[in-house]
Design a protein around this ligand. Structure first.
Ligand SMILES: [Zn+2]
Length: 357
């Protein structure tokens, strides 16, 4: 059997639609979508077809999706137009036009390597094996860490790196972040770091306590940077290794300029009552048992982590599936519960300074 061409499929689908055969029309539109990817108008037509055939839940989901796709397209269009005009007006520093970061045109998408439909590979079995071996009770209960879709099959980026890159593309496009920003990447993930270097940041640097090849050898509890010297930082999955995370948070706050922001992430365990920590536990097996990894000294619950961020003086924005859209999350291979923690040091004159105990 010869496969129908895309235009043939389309014609057939709308013919069925015209004739009031909404079930057939929906089926054909679904096939069409699997061939050409998601599009706002297609999602809208699917919503109408489902509505007309009485599937209201599906109709609603498709309408939402259409609206999301439309909004994202509009914000990119705005960003592209602005960039283009700035370029034409000869203004210095007009960034390159953002590439279309809409990943939900495919079933899987990696914003780091741009691989579409390459799929993801699971978290290495080693983590589950060690959790079982040492009796870590919370394995699989992380807010993030998608076990079945952990690594990008194209470049090996983790689920959280994909989320950061996706947000960074949007933040650049929307001018929430500038390529002129002084950016510090703590404990830089190699893939994300290479990707960041390709984004054209003019002041991107890296820092770590032990890692080779970084720009600064730095202890998060005693940073070698001036007050208010950074515009933006990425500090992901570091605080759970640090002896005194409150001190580390105070340092991050100090070195960030008022109005500056950062991606500040730790592994958060859903269903954990309170932060469990003990930097004096040095036995690796015991660390695996209590904190889920041999070099972690604490395990965070969501509320406890949020509280510490607030105590350091940061404003916190949590961005999840509601913000990015369910189809984006799915194509990025993220768990629906995943949250991006964006902290901001309030501008001077704001009343929310650090809380003092
Ligand atoms: Zn990738």
């Amino acid at each position: 059997m010869t496969e129908l061409s895309v235009s043939g499929l389309k014609a057939l689908a709308y013919e069925q639609f015209e004739q009031g055969h909404f079930a057939e029309a929906a089926e054909l539109l679904e096939v069409l979508e699997s061939r050409i990817g998601q599009q706002a108008s297609l999602s809208n037509d699917l919503a109408v077809a489902y509505y007309r055939k009485g599937e209201h839940e599906r109709a609603l989901a498709r309408f939402r999706e259409a609206a999301e796709l439309q909004m994202q397209a509009a914000s990119l269009l705005t960003a592209n137009l602005t960039d283009m005009l700035e370029g034409m007006l000869g203004r210095a520093g007009a960034p390159a036009l953002p590439v279309n970061p809409l990943p939900h045109l495919s079933t899987s998408f990696c914003p780091l390597c741009q691989a579409s439909d390459a799929g993801f590979s699971p978290l290495p079995g080693f983590y589950r094996e060690n959790a079982e071996r040492y009796g870590f009770r919370y394995f699989g209960q992380g807010e993030m860490t998608a076990q079945r879709t952990y690594f990008c099959a194209g470049c090996g980026a983790s689920d959280r790196e994909r989320l950061y890159a996706y947000w960074l593309v949007l933040a650049l496009a929307r001018k929430q972040l500038s390529r002129d920003a002084a950016v510090m990447h703590f404990a830089p993930e190699p893939g994300l770091s290479r990707w960041l270097r390709r984004q054209g940041f003019r002041h991107y640097q890296t820092a770590d306590y032990a890692m080779a090849g970084v720009d600064y050898r730095a202890d998060l509890m005693d940073l070698p940077f001036d007050d208010a010297s950074l515009d933006f930082f990425i500090c992901s999955h570091v605080l759970e290794h640090v002896r005194d995370d409150r001190q580390a948070l105070a340092e991050l706050f100090r070195v960030l300029r008022p109005g500056g922001a950062g991606i500040l992430m730790v592994p958060v365990i859903l269903g954990l009552e309170a932060i469990d920590e003990d930097p004096d536990v040095t036995d690796e097996g015991e660390r695996w048992r209590r904190f889920g990894q041999g070099d972690h000294v604490r395990l965070y619950n969501r509320a406890g982590y949020i509280e510490r961020i607030g105590q350091a003086g940061f404003e916190l924005t949590l961005l999840g599936q509601d913000y990015f859209g369910a189809c984006t999350f799915e194509s990025l291979g993220l768990k629906p519960e995943s949250l991006l923690y964006i902290v901001r040091r309030p501008d001077e004159g704001d009343h929310t300074g650090p809380e003092h105990a």
